[in-house]
Design a binder for this molecule. Structure first.
Ligand SMILES: Cc1cc2nc3c(=O)[nH]c(=O)nc-3n(C[C@H](O)[C@H](O)[C@H](O)COP(=O)(O)OP(=O)(O)OC[C@H]3O[C@@H](n4cnc5c(N)ncnc54)[C@H](O)[C@@H]3O)c2cc1C
Length: 415
């Protein structure tokens, strides 16, 4: 999959930087549209990515659209509910189409599909600087060890994830600070396989403003982690990491399931942390010759930190916009869009996703208050309508802007 550097062309239609879900989804879509695509990543593939590895319904839909869902599900651990545990131990199962697959495997499947579709993949190859002419991005400087290359492209798609360096270098970052930081490790415990079959999310006073999770990966292995929302102005990483480690060690005391998982479990490898960028905030989406997509554009949901699905979706949207502005290689038709229209179209498509992100933002704000979380779960246990509403949010089967205004939520809570 990692093509030798000597074969790197001097130019291509689209250079996609970052072969995570967003970049590979963009590369698949662009290559299928007949465009000449180069996909690069600073890490050799397959590579690990620090993540909870959970696939929620939006990810299932996007993987299906990309034609890789069956391949993913052949390896993934399926699950059918998210179990939310309240600060006082109240539990609520929200039904949904879910799965868990370690990112090393997931990202390799999607990246391979990009190569099968015709994209040329080069890794490890790092974007060091954009190539610009008169304010227009026309390619990039790329580096492998001490070797430097220049690649010209009509479009560059920046899909470099939550670490903001590339975003800042490209002049696209509106802030450097992450929205949240999280860490995870894998724990093997065969005794818990019958018991932990859903995606468990824990809210507790001692984790606020954050959450914990236990996700079953299959083969008696569980992805266990904690995340903390970083309030504006909070101190940078060292302190955050320390708090996270303390939070992680508290997890075992917060639920009986977590306690038994920890007590009888064997830790596989170290705890590892990473930043998250939420709520479609913190970055510009485009400039002439460049589109920003995936978590670099903040495509991860607040509250749960789920971001694979919307990284895939925004990657597809970026690619579709570029394809509309490109002459089809197969048909040779004239492009439907000018370059400016490509950028406007992408912006509009991403903006259309914002109501869902606002909903998760509101839920995150509510979760900072333990009594409100308690009230919501208590009401949902009693109200099938509220449970259906929550499942509708998870499955994205309801219109978030129409059905879930603050007024509606209050009405649901009191119904
Ligand atoms: C601890 C944790 C738990 C999470 N749990 C979940 C979960 O359970 N479910 C879920 O849906 N989401 C989860 N997320 C969020 C999820 O990981 C992200 O939303 C997702 O990875 C975003 O995909 P992406 O393609 O935008 O970026 P990434 O997956 O981060 O991919 C970016 C790629 O760009 C490459 N890159 C960066 N800079 C350069 C450069 N200069 N040159 C070349 N390549 C470069 C990187 O090597 C990387 O491969 C979690 C995140 C964290 C931190």
């Amino acid at each position: 999959m990692n093509t030798p550097l000597e074969n790197l062309p001097e130019s291509c239609d689209v250079l996609v930087v970052g072969a995570g879900p967003a970049g590979s989804a963009a590369a698949i879509t662009l290559a299928r549209a007949g465009l000449d695509v180069v996909l690069v990543d600073q890490q050799s593939f397959p590579r690990d990515k620090i993540c909870g590895d959970g696939l929620i319904p939006d990810a299932h839909r996007a993987l299906a659209e990309l034609g890789v869902l069956d391949e993913v599900m052949a390896l993934a651990q399926p699950a059918h509910f998210v179990r939310c545990t309240s600060p006082r131990g109240r539990q609520l199962d929200v039904q949904g189409t879910l799965a868990v697959l370690p990112r090393r495997q997931l990202d390799e499947i999607i990246c391979r599909a990009a190569v099968r579709a015709g994209a040329r993949m080069y890794a490890p190859l790092r974007l060091t600087q954009l190539l610009e002419e008169d304010g227009q991005v026309v390619g990039a400087h790329l580096q492998q060890g001490s070797e430097q290359r220049q690649l010209r492209a009509r479009w560059v798609v920046l899909a470099t994830g939550a670490v903001p360096q590339a975003l800042m270098d490209a002049g696209m970052a509106l802030r450097q600070r992450p929205s949240a930081v999280a860490l995870r490790c894998y724990i093997r415990n065969p005794a818990m396989t019958q018991e932990i079959t859903g995606l468990e999310v824990l809210f507790h006073r001692s984790l606020a403003p954050g959450y914990g999770w236990i996700f079953p990966c299959g083969q008696a292995v569980f992805n266990v982690g904690v995340g903390i929302v970083r309030p504006p102005g909070a101190k940078p990483d060292a302190a955050g990491q320390m708090n996270l480690r303390e939070m992680f060690h508290k997890l075992g005391g917060l639920s009986d399931t977590a306690r038994r998982l920890f007590e009888g479990g064997e830790k596989l490898g170290p705890l590892k942390g990473a930043p998250l960028r939420y709520s479609l905030e913190g970055a510009l989406l485009s400039r002439p010759g460049l589109l920003v997509t995936g978590e670099a554009a903040g495509s991860t949901y607040a509250l749960t930190g789920e971001g694979i699905g919307k990284a895939l979706e925004t990657g597809i949207l970026a690619a579709q916009a570029i394809a509309l502005g490109s002459k089809s290689a197969q048909g040779g038709q004239a492009p439907a869009f000018s370059a400016a229209q490509v950028r406007d179209h992408y912006q509009a498509q991403v903006d259309a996703l914002r109501p869902r992100f606002h909903l998760y933002e509101r839920a995150q704000a509510a979760s900072a208050s333990p009594w409100l979380t308690e009230l919501l779960l208590w009401r949902a246990q009693k109200s099938p309508r509220l449970r259906r509403g929550l499942a509708g949010i998870l499955n994205e089967s309801t219109d978030p802007s129409r059905r879930f205004s603050l007024k509606d939520m209050l009405r649901l809570l009191s119904s």
